[in-house]
Unconditional design. Sequence first.
Length: 285
Amino acid sequence: MKIIRTLYDMTEYRVRQRDRGASVGFVPTMGALHEGHMSLVEKAVKENEVVVVSLFVNPIQFNNAEDFEKYPRTEEEDFKLLAAAGVDAVFAPTASEMYPAENDNCKEYKLGNVAEVMEGKYRPGHFQGVARVLDILFRLVNPHRAYFGEKDFQQIAVVRNLIKSEGLNVEIVACPIKRAADGLALSSRNARLDSEQRQLAPEIYATLKYSVEYSKDHSVQATHDTVVERIDAIPGMKVEYFEIVDARTLQTVDEWEESNWIVGCITVYCGEVRLIDNITYRLPN
Ligand code: AMP
């Protein structure tokens, strides 16, 4: 497996793969890899001749300095996992390589209404930071397909808009959420939970699952409120937002009949650790 640190070497690698006509799959990550990431990598390895994974903790998508500093970094272990999975190249640049001071980093991406709600509202600047890093990475790696996890449900919608507005030519492959045996959605941030928090955290998904049953004979509002009340009642947990939305527009729905594809997206502070998850209430046949 090739470890690439510079934009120059990445460009050269990509040109060589394209010249020999290889299909290229790409998995962008911030590292501290777990089975969630690896499920994307495994799918990419199956579906492409060449797979590139990026490991880059993108400073400009963090709106909280402490969250950035405390974000887990496990590069050596990540390299081992990726090599064992059959990845061809890892792109692991420094921040100054990605964002040289002389570059204009002020471009405003057109990401549409899907970027204004939920994470967009609570993490100002987050999606502009995500868009900027992916714009650079997509142009550099120039993949046929890029793999994203549905854990970050809103991010996928935003990335689809980025691709349209920037005229990029890449197929987005959405992959299902990987969970621990107790139901907690795998996340690099789970490593920051203490043992008590880790024991309580599966209640987030347990509550979301319960709410699917509850929703069958209750309104959207009642379903929303019961999720928030139940999670807020768990010691040390506080819901930042829970929104029941149309899965395509990400705008809230008032009635279950309003859409044939409805998801609930939640963000919970477990102490200082911010966890996200989502659940499907309605799915088109
Ligand atoms: P991150 O390193 O957190 O930026 O995540 C990189 C990619 O892995 C994103 O597309 C995430 O949605 C995806 N991902 C993270 N956790 C999971 C999970 N538990 N299941 C599936 N995909 C995930």
